[in-house]
Ligand binder design. Structure first.
Ligand code: KMT
Length: 238
């Protein structure tokens, strides 16, 4: 095809210019996408590494040994319990929150609102921080139930909540910062520190708090009967 450069010089220059501009723009966008991918990959790996730093809850069946209650007491070989089985068989609920940024995160406020928790205080358990430590720690470790849910959000330290499953075996649940655990009313349970001897937790409640423990046997209590009935039907898993 013959093109008269003199007659169409301007149009040709325009087409060539536009072509070069579009080509450069596509190349720039492709580079940005590649950089974005890298950024996303970096964000992912940094959040996944922080995810590994925030440990998920561990739960397992306990042995019968009478050794120090603050040890793990794993069976040999260990038998772990998934969160789903824990929820299905015992009604225990568990949420993972950011232990440092839970306020900005908004998850705690949502849980409080959804479940109607309008009371909150903080408990610290350690030989140094707790008045009557020896006495209190014994009370915590005595198998008992409450007439209301027991809700604890761990902000520092660690410890173990032990709960009975449907066949009356002990399941040990390790709690660390960021764990929010809800034990249903009427469940037989107990609490102990681990060998680090320190935990700090938020206690949540609906209305005026009632902390009274009812030691086992408390099978005739309304809360226990309701719990057993619910357990026989199976707990709802979210
Ligand atoms: C309880 O009632 O068993 C406790 O408050 C235990 C300490 S909270 C981590």
């Amino acid at each position: 095809m013959y093109v008269d450069w003199r007659a169409h010089g301007f149009e040709l220059l325009f087409i060539f210019g536009l072509g070069s501009y579009l080509y450069c723009d596509m190349t720039r966008e492709a580079t940005q996408v590649r950089q974005g991918d890298k950024r996303r990959a970096r964000t992912f790996s940094s959040s996944s590494s922080s995810r590994t730093r925030i440990r998920m809850v561990r739960a397992w069946y306990m042995d019968d040994s009478l050794d120090d209650q603050r040890l793990e007491h794993q069976l040999s070989p260990p038998q772990s319990v998934s969160l789903e089985d824990l929820a299905k068989n015992t009604g225990v609920m568990y949420y993972k929150l950011d232990p440092k940024k839970y306020e900005e995160e908004g998850k705690l406020s949502r849980i409080k609102e959804e479940r109607g928790y309008n009371y909150m205080d903080v408990i610290q358990v350690s030989p140094e921080k707790m008045h009557n430590y020896e006495e209190r720690i014994k009370v915590f470790f005595e198998e008992h139930l409450h007439t209301d849910e027991e809700i604890r959000f761990i902000t520092e330290g660690s410890g173990y909540f032990d709960v009975r499953d449907q066949e009356d075996h002990w399941i040990r649940i390790e709690v660390t910062p960021g764990d929010l655990i809800i034990l249903p009313a009427g469940i037989y349970h107990r609490f102990t520190l681990d060998t680090k001897n320190y935990i700090k937790a938020m206690r949540l409640f609906t209305g005026e708090p009632v902390w009274t423990p009812h030691n086992r046997p408390a099978d005739n209590m309304e809360a226990r009967k309701n719990y057993v009935l619910q357990q026989s039907k199976g707990f709802m898993v979210k």
